[in-house]
Design a protein around this ligand. Structure first.
Ligand code: NAD
Ligand code: TYD
Length: 336
């Protein structure tokens, strides 16, 4: 099978490519990535030299380039993972989020329709549902209520994806996953940022009161979910993917400090994120009962493995935080 994966140089995309190359030794994988600040070919060392893997530096918004990729590599299935993915950046400026997450998805949907591909998997997020009160979980029927520009751009892409199914018969499936963590996650997101700061004995900036709740899923479990959806997900359907691992941010940060044997005095409460969603929790019973998927690790086990990975791969994140990232960090956290 010829499989196009977009955003394959990012955190989830690189993990998914390595997972698929290992599991399906007869698949050919084409990775299209623009290599934004978040794209890093170092994440794909494990795929280098593999004759079944091809990397193409391209923008999913480039209509001609996407058309050419589809034709040249006779793409049969597409998994759209490329996106601008960080909520805080979308608060500072939304333009790139609209361009890539909405515009790019529309270009890919056109290409998928024109080249009659067999399946289009749109990788989305639970953030499209908005924020929950103290109880309840998001189901696939929950209304869309995106609160951040990032979430709004992802919800828009989801609606466009469903419209292309309804109008043009493009065989789409949408996945909505909770917060991921694991190796190669860019250290602007909560877990890798806190690990990197703790290892440098720098303050750990917790937004607001630290009581916002997220459901955490190890990236390998997200990959196995995408695998079952890609092969067995029903066309036109939406599948929630979650870890049933709800934690407050403060609980996550304390777990990290405990595993690194660092003092809780490193925790620093800072100004809250604008429009900060209070709680996410996901009901993933549909994918579990229909497709037989379930998460394999708890946050406690997964976090211990992740902390170990960041300890053993210091050069990977140190290289990132020594570059442009420093400027981002200064701007984002200086006034908090
Ligand atoms: P990431 O920021 O680590 O990676 C995104 C990748 O997309 C990068 O390699 C980047 O270079 C590439 N990219 C960005 N714009 C592009 C463009 N115009 N053309 C081609 N490539 C482009 O993101 P991630 O955390 O790996 O998330 C991947 C996807 O999963 C996103 O769609 C995100 O919405 C979704 N998601 C993420 C999480 C999470 O917790 N990280 C949870 C649920 C869903
Ligand atoms: P993040 O990793 O940015 O994911 P998302 O906003 O997509 O859920 O943030 C996870 C949670 O951690 C969110 O409630 C915001 C909070 N957070 C902090 O408290 N401090 C930080 O420095 C960051 C980056 C996030």
């Amino acid at each position: 099978m010829n499989l196009l994966i977009t955003g394959g140089a990012g955190f989830i995309g690189s993990s998914f490519i390595l997972f698929m190359l290992a599991k399906y030794p007869w698949y050919r994988i084409i990775n299209v990535d623009k290599l934004t600040y978040a794209g890093n070919l170092e994440n794909l060392r494990g795929a280098e030299g593999n004759p079944r893997y091809t990397f193409l530096k391209a923008d999913i918004c480039d209509r001609q380039a996407m058309d050419e990729v589809m034709r040249k590599y006779e793409i049969e299935v597409l998994v759209n993972i490329a996106a601008e993915s960080h909520v805080d950046r979308s608060i500072v400026g939304a333009a790139e989020f609209i361009q890539t997450n909405v515009g790019g998805t529309s270009v890919l949907l056109d290409a998928a329709r024109d080249h009659k591909i067999r399946k289009f998997v749109q990788v989305s997020t639970d953030e499209v549902y908005g924020s929950l009160g103290p109880s309840g979980k998001f189901t696939e029927q929950s209304p869309l209520h995106p609160n951040s520009p990032y979430a709004a751009s992802k919800a828009s892409a989801d609606l466009l994806t469903l419209a292309y199914h309804h109008t043009h018969g493009v065989p789409v499936v949408i996945t909505r996953c909770s917060n991921n963590y694991g190796p190669f996650q860019f250290p602007e997101k909560l877990i890798p940022l806190m690990i990197a700061n703790a290892l440098q004995d720098k303050p750990l900036p917790v937004y607001g009161d630290g009581m916002n709740v997220r459901d955490w899923l190890q990236v390998a479990d997200h990959c196995s979910a995408l695998d079952v959806v890609l092969h067995s997900g029903r066309t036109g359907e939406i599948y929630n993917i979650g870890g049933s691992n709800e934690k407050t941010n403060l609980e996550v940060v304390r777990l990290i400090l405990k595993q690194l044997e660092k003092p809780e005095s490193l925790i620093m409460f800072v100004k809250d994120r604008l429009g900060h969603d209070r709680r996410y929790a996901i009901d993933s019973s549909k994918i579990q009962s229909e497709l037989g998927w379930k998460p394999s690790v708890t946050i406690e086990e997964g976090l211990a493995q992740t902390v170990r990975w960041y300890l053993e791969h210091r050069e990977w994140w140190e290289r990132i935080i020594s570059g442009d990232y420093m400027e981002y960090y200064r701007k984002m956290y200086e006034e908090r």
